[in-house]
Design a protein around this ligand. Structure first.
Ligand code: HEM
Length: 392
């Protein structure tokens, strides 16, 4: 495999199927220095997992994207002690118990969306289900109008593009700046409303927390809101798309799942292992580190490939095989260590409700013949733009 420091993480052929490249890297070059973006790439499960659990060396404070963009106080882009303080506030709102209470509501959203496609001969799963479910669910939870889901989706996509776009021209920069202002204005307005008319939704509870706790600022609450809108959006819709793709491609496993719904939690872990919605995030070194004979210097950036770690044969038997009966999963699809996905229980709930509602319909679904899947080209997210299905 022709791999060098010139390897292009934005190459469409690589993004279409990154896994052979990662297999080669794990075997031959577990620490590879790339030139553009200037970043070290870690591909083995053991190394990725260890880095995630060593935030004192692998810092998030310069952000999780290329180019040390900083994080302006956002939870995902801070280290302890700020991270610990912010995470404590938000994690109270995302305990397994508080998420379990949403089961009925999430199930109802999933059922309504799937009712909408039940009779259709041809449809785009992303447009009618995959993109809507996570955006509506987080909208409900925050306490904003779920009918605004197209705006939240557009904002999330733009905020992701701002962080990950390879090059930006002036026109893009203007649209990006306008979006940042629009999102900030929207949530500032929502917070102000809660102060005049108190509400028991998530934004209301966070505003109350800021009013009581002098260490929690309004900017931090605003950052929570936009992070929550963004973080659960593209990720969960990617997992939903891959649930459909993988279960259509594997009819025996689909039948096994219908037979025994107790397998659904395992199936979800396997879907996000096999097609990791977050393919990798970046850390910045706070000190020099020696790894596999290479010397990584303080200040340099490291891309932790979750996608590669999740296909590592040293961590998973037959890692290249999709198998919903896999018992123990050491997946890093939701990260590990202090930044472990705060929304993992919510994502699992959405996926289990959607899979339960989809299973009875899926025997009738097949992929549309011409180019059923289009992807958003991005080395950090395995996002699906459209997934065209037709009725058998
Ligand atoms: C963090 C993946 C859904 C909220 C993370 C991280 C990963 C991840 C890999 C770690 C980031 C890092 O280490 O730098 C996923 C996947 C999802 C999903 C694969 C769906 C299948 C959600 C949902 C929410 C959410 C539904 C909430 C609405 C967050 C937040 C963080 C995070 C707030 C930052 C936590 C911190 O920095 O302490 N997610 N996520 N995620 N996720 Fe998720």
């Amino acid at each position: 495999m022709p791999v060098s420091t010139d390897f292009d993480l934005y190459d469409p052929a690589f993004l279409a199927d990154p896994y052979p490249f990662y297999a080669w890297l794990r075997a031959e070059a577990p620490v590879l220095r790339l030139r553009d973006p200037d970043v070290w790439l870690l591909s083995r499960h053991e190394d990725v997992h260890a880095a995630l659990r060593s935030p004192e060396k692998f810092s998030s404070a310069d952000g999780v994207a290329f180019g040390r963009q900083g994080g302006a106080g956002s939870l995902i882009a801070t280290d302890a002690p700020d991270h610990t303080r912010l995470r404590r506030v938000l994690s109270q709102q995302f305990t397994p118990r508080s998420i379990a209470r949403l089961e009925h509501e999430v199930g109802a959203v999933a059922a309504t969306l799937l009712d909408g496609v039940a009779g259709l001969d041809s449809f785009d799963f992303m447009d009618l289900v995959g993109a809507q479910l996570p955006t509506r669910v987080i909208g409900n939870y925050l306490g904003i109008d779920p009918e605004g889901w197209r705006d939240y989706k557009r904002w999330s996509e733009m905020l992701i593009e701002i962080s990950w776009a390879r090059s930006a021209d002036a026109q893009f920069a203007a649209v990006a700046q306008a979006t940042i202002m629009e999102v900030a204005g929207f949530f500032a307005g929502q917070m102000a409303q809660r102060r005049t008319t108190p509400a028991e939704d998530l934004i209301g509870r966070l505003v109350t927390a800021a009013d009581r706790d002098s260490t929690l600022t309004d900017d931090e609450v605003l950052n929570f809101c936009s992070l929550l809108m963004l973080a659960g959006n593209v990720t969960t819709s990617s997992a939903l798309a891959h649930a459909v793709l993988l279960l259509i491609e594997h009819p025996h496993q689909r039948a096994a799942l219908r037979e025994d719904p107790d397998l659904i939690p395992q199936a979800i872990e396997e879907i996000v292992r096999f097609e990791s919605p977050v393919q990798g995030f970046v850390r910045t070194l706070t000190q020099d580190v020696e790894l596999h004979g290479e010397r990584l210097a303080a200040g340099e950036q490291v891309l932790l490939s979750f996608a590669s770690a999740n296909r590592d044969e040293d961590a998973f038997d037959d890692a290249a095989v999709f198998d919903i009966t896999r018992k123990r999963s050491a997946t890093v699809a939701f990260g590990a260590g202090p930044h472990f996905c705060l929304g993992a229980w919510l994502a699992r709930l959405e996926l289990s409700q959607a899979i339960t509602a989809m299973l009875p319909l899926m025997d009738d679904w097949q992929l549309a013949p011409d180019e059923p899947v289009t992807r958003v080209p991005n080395p950090a997210f395995r996002d699906v733009a459209s997934l065209r299905l037709i009725r058998r």
